[in-house]
Ligand binder design. Structure first.
Ligand code: CA
Length: 223
């Protein structure tokens, strides 16, 4: 994988770099937010490992601008604090996953592999339900003629929900689909679903994404 690390703490960046390079990945590094954004927009990476607290442009803003520029590259965010707000705002700004420092390098690698696999669909499948559709190749969801770029994790969740509609998808199934054996948290899943709902449901009269309390989520065609 070709990996971009955007991290101002040089010892952390060097540790990640050394580890990933020894595991056969091609690694690049940017030391501040502006440089990171420029590299991420101009070059092609398989994954971006993005620190939240960065000089010149913070990680959240970088992520938002990257998504605004139309990039769907998977982003794994590194945070110093394990707070729900950090996790929520990371996902709202377009991150796919996050890890709290300090972390084990093996876990980092396992997570970026899962994100990369999720971001590389084997075929270009377009799934649809009523006025809603999702293309795994363009990573765009469309509802009633409006289109919304999704992150790989959001796309993974929406694909499952469309495929299985109107069945309920259990929390465990979604967690496994997005994070694999690395096991994301329910809070992170909830946050991804909230962001997805804001995109595909909030601008419209009839909601499609339903919460089944204590069990999971389902997608219905309200027409
Ligand atoms: Ca930092």
């Amino acid at each position: 994988m070709k990996v971009l690390i955007v991290e101002d703490e040089l010892d952390i960046a060097a540790n990640i770099w050394d580890f990933l390079e020894r595991r056969g990945h091609v690694v690049d590094h940017a030391v501040d937010g502006r440089q990171g954004l420029a590299r991420a927009v101009d070059e092609i990476f398989d994954i971006i490992i993005l620190d939240l607290g960065l000089p010149r442009l913070d990680g959240l803003e970088l992520c938002r601008r990257l998504r605004d520029a139309g990039s769907g590259v998977p982003v794994l965010m590194l945070t110093a604090r394990d707070t729900l707000e950090d996790c929520l705002s990371g996902f709202e700004h377009g991150a796919d996953d996050y890890m709290v420092k300090p972390f084990a390098m093996r876990e980092l690698e396992a997570r970026i592999r899962v994100l990369h696999r999720n971001g590389s669909p084997l075929e270009d499948s377009v799934l649809g339900l009523g006025e809603l559709s999702y293309s795994s190749k363009s990573m765009l969801a469309e509802r009633a003629g409006q289109s919304f770029p999704l992150t790989v994790s959001q796309g993974r969740i929406l694909s499952l929900l469309i495929r299985e509609s109107p069945n309920v998808i259990r929390h465990e199934t979604l967690l496994n689909a997005v994070w694999g054996e690395q096991g994301g948290t329910s809070a992170a899943l909830h946050s991804h679903v909230c962001t997805l709902r804001a995109l595909i449901d909030r601008p419209f009269d009839k909601p499609m994404l339903q919460t089944v309390h204590g069990i999971g989520y389902r997608l219905v065609d309200p027409a």
